[in-house]
Design a protein around this ligand. Structure first.
Ligand code: M6R
Length: 604
């Protein structure tokens, strides 16, 4: 999704600051980029494609404004665009300007009444150059300025006319301020001693400050080189809390790994330790979740998307296993047919805390009187702030579009939550099962044969992933990871479901990854399903802890250490992440930024 950066007070480093910020927002997914610098004059450069294209253009032809060179203390805005209205061309890239070229606007979200506004503006003589919804905003501001309004009033007045989701930044030639507003799209304000920033996400300015203000929907903010001001929709000043970010800027670098995804896969032992730290008391057999208030639901509904939905499926199984009815819903479907809520707790599982579909489902649940909880990675995210309760997965920043370490941390957090709500003393053994989790993940990372298997099968017709019980979400996640970064067809199924249709697709050129741990009934039944695909000559790769005899029917084995059912799901998933990574690497895919995808999906 689009990325926004704005800054004031960075002097002659303003352009570099914007480009650095955009590079830190690349992970969100984008297909064009642009910047604007504003002093007495306004100058803009926009390019389709990746940031390199913009940087090359700026290198070959430095920004100049009407009066020649840009001053040594402009304010600036920068944007990475993920196309919604119109293809990724130079002309559709942000910033967009008004007819006079004195107003520049960047925007993340969708302006739902843009066509109506565009028709109205066109009828009064405004000329549009792009296909975007955003372009109406500078023209509205132009009209307001022409009517005699002061710059801030003109921006406010124009934003008041917008319907839909937006995080917007505006600069105006001759005005030393950057204006910003948010409604349903993420926007944060960074505060340092001598400079101020707006951004979609903290990594954009983390290099320059660890102080951040989370803006709320309906708020309007202004920065200049001397400070900031936040006001509500009526213009009254709002005193905001300045938060301190706890992670270092280096955490958003690649640390020598070829890709963020590989780095984040390897960060899982640390992420899991962080997730568990201070939350389990093995001796007492207790889980401690200090951040939660009184949570004692009759039933639980999960809402989530993509990888987080797979974690929610796992969470729902665990809640059912302790006798609490629980169901996981795909968030975008939840709003159209909300089940009865009664005294249910509605839990939004969302890494970013900004996924529009999940936020919308949580809001619907709240409208119907439900208590809500966000299980999220991002402190201060919209989900965390809007829900009654927030439980953090503590995975640290995740930059690769493909969710990896956050899935592992989501599984563990949900396992802890179910045990905490259960509160039974005889959970001691289960709780002890987490003790070796991080070192078991490390053992897999140190000794995996995933690369060899990926190399052998990277050119197959399709890939299937099967598992039962807690391994069903793992199979779904294995397939999602594989398809999103390799662009190869991959599907995950409950193991028993294969024979009800998908088996027709199984051939000697469709590897089947089967997750089988333990030696109980589930393992035995899954082995039965493995035999079914083996009989159709499909290559079988068993992800197993060696407790069953699945190896007899498999062409290859991806080993995981013996563990408990809850933690086996985390371990099996690590092997599947590695297979996906190496298959995509073999195919030369842009692993961290898969085509068409965005890290944080802030539109419905
Ligand atoms: O930030 P969220 O967890 O709410 O994001 C939901 C999905 O967009 C996300 O899990 C997506 O499926 C993964 N990035 C895919 O790897």
């Amino acid at each position: 999704m689009c990325g926004i950066i704005g800054c004031a007070g960075r002097g002659d480093s303003t352009l570099d600051t914007l480009l650095h910020g955009l590079s830190k927002l690349e992970y969100r997914g984008y297909d064009s980029a642009g910047v604007a610098l504003s002093d007495d004059d306004l100058t803009v450069r926009r390019k389709a494609g990746k940031l390199d294209a913009l940087e090359t253009s700026l290198g070959a032809d430095p920004l100049q404004n009407g009066s020649g060179s840009v001053s040594d203390n402009p304010v600036g805005i920068g944007h990475t665009r993920w196309s919604t209205h119109g293809p990724p061309t130079d002309g559709n890239a942000h910033p967009h300007r008004d007819c006079t070229g004195r107003v520049a606007v960047i925007h993340n979200g969708i302006i739902e009444n843009y066509q109506e506004l565009r028709d109205e503006l066109a009828a009064s003589g405004h000329e549009f150059e792009s296909d975007t919804d955003t372009e109406v905003v500078p023209h509205l501001i132009e009209t307001a300025l022409d009517s005699g309004m002061a710059p801030e009033e003109a921006v406010r007045d124009s934003i008041d006319r917008l319907e839909g989701a937006y995080a917007i930044c505006v600069v105006i030639a001759g005005v030393d301020q950057v204006f910003a507003a948010r409604n349903d799209s993420p926007l944060v304000l960074g505060v340092s001693d001598d400079a101020y920033f707006f951004a979609s996400d903290v990594p954009a300015f983390r290099e320059f400050t660890d102080k951040v203000i989370y803006l709320d929907d309906g708020e309007f903010a202004v920065i200049n080189q001397n400070g900031y001001r936040v006001t509500d929709s009526n213009g009254a000043v709002v005193e905001k809390t300045v938060n301190t970010i706890e992670w270092d800027p280096e955490e958003t670098g690649k640390s020598g790994y070829d890709h963020y995804m590989l780095k984040e896969i390897h960060e899982q032992p640390r992420a899991l330790r962080q997730c568990l730290q201070g939350r389990v008391d093995e001796l007492a057999g207790e889980v401690i979740l200090e951040e939660l208030g009184d949570v004692n639901p009759d039933a639980v509904q999960f809402v989530a998307c993509g990888t987080s939905y797979h974690a929610a499926l796992y969470g729902a199984q665990l809640f059912r296993s302790i006798g609490i009815p629980a169901q996981a819903y795909i968030a975008s479907e939840y709003a159209t047919s909300v089940p009865p809520i009664d005294d249910d707790l509605v839990i939004g599982v969302t890494q970013s805390g900004e996924t529009a579909d999940t936020l919308s489902a949580l809001r619907e649940a709240r409208r119907r009187g439900a208590k809500t909880m966000a299980v999220t990675n991002v402190v201060g995210s919209t989900a965390a702030r809007e829900c009654d309760e927030a439980l953090y997965i503590r995975a640290g920043p995740e930059i690769g579009v493909a969710a990896t370490k956050t899935f592992a941390s989501q599984l563990v957090t949900l396992a802890l939550l179910s045990l905490w709500i259960d509160g039974e003393e005889d959970n001691r053994d289960v709780i002890a099962g987490f003790r070796d989790l991080a070192s078991n993940v490390q053992a897999i990372l140190d000794d995996t044969n995933a690369r060899k298997i990926a190399e052998e099968y990277h050119d197959s017709d399709a890939y299937f992933f099967i598992g039962r019980g807690l391994h069903h979400p793992v199979a779904l996640e294995g397939a999602l990871k594989f398809k999103e970064i390799s662009y190869e067809h991959a599907e995950g199924f409950p193991a028993g479901e294969l024979k009800h249709g998908p088996l027709a697709l199984v051939t000697d050129n469709t590897p089947v990854f089967a997750v089988v741990t333990g030696e109980g009934e589930q393992a035995r039944k899954t082995i039965g399903n493995v035999k079914e695909v083996e009989a159709r000559d499909a290559p079988v790769i068993a992800v197993t802890d060696g407790q069953s005899d699945v190896e007899r029917y498999a062409d290859h084995v991806l080993e995981i250490p013996e563990s408990t059912p809850r933690t086996a799901a985390v371990l099996a998933n690590v092997q599947l992440q590695l297979v996906s990574y190496y298959a995509a690497a073999q195919l030369g895919r842009p692993i961290d930024k898969p085509r068409n995808l965005a890290k944080s999906v802030t539109v419905e």
